[in-house]
Design a protein around this ligand. Structure first.
Ligand code: CMP
Length: 139
């Protein structure tokens, strides 16, 4: 079933010039970018995006990292896009990520882990709407 997911190429991956490689991996896996932009998130934009993690001990440093530089946000569309993107990304901790995954290739540790991807249809709906109005999504 074709579905959409929200992906973020995080500031660490932008800084190390990995944007092209990561988008190529999405496309080769059949995940079509149907919306894309580069943004430098403010602290409050990051706090709103990651609100579900507000009580976690790492919330403060996660928000500082995500607002430390520009990131690329994308909507990816394809069959089983949510699950497929999570497989492409690999485990949250790059040290535990499968060989060949994006986080294994470009992540440094559990915090600086190169990419984000929605984890469920409900999350995808919230996350896509957080960054993109309908008129900026092309399918
Ligand atoms: P992401 O998939 O964007 O979802 C939440 C993020 O919080 C996660 O990737 C990591 O960047 C970060 N994160 C999760 N667990 C930890 C942790 N134990 N320590 C620091 N950061 C974490």
């Amino acid at each position: 079933m074709s579905e959409r997911t929200l992906a973020i190429i995080k500031p660490d991956a932008v800084k190390k010039n990995a944007v092209g490689d990561i988008i190529n991996r999405y496309e080769q896996a059949g995940l079509k970018p149907v919306a894309i932009k580069m943004i430098h998130m403010s602290q409050s934009v990051v706090e709103g995006f990651y609100a579900v993690h507000k009580a976690r001990p790492f919330f403060g440093s996660l928000c500082a990292f995500m607002s430390s530089g520009p990131a690329v946000v994308l909507v990816l569309q394809g069959d089983n896009a949510i699950k497929k993107n999570r497989e492409l990304m690999g485990a949250t901790d790059p040290a535990k990520a499968d060989a060949g995954s994006i986080r294994k290739a470009h992540g440094a540790n559990i915090e600086f882990n190169a990419v984000h991807g929605s984890d469920s249809p409900e999350t995808a709906q919230f996350e896509i709407g957080y960054f993109f109005p309908g008129m900026e999504i092309f399918s």
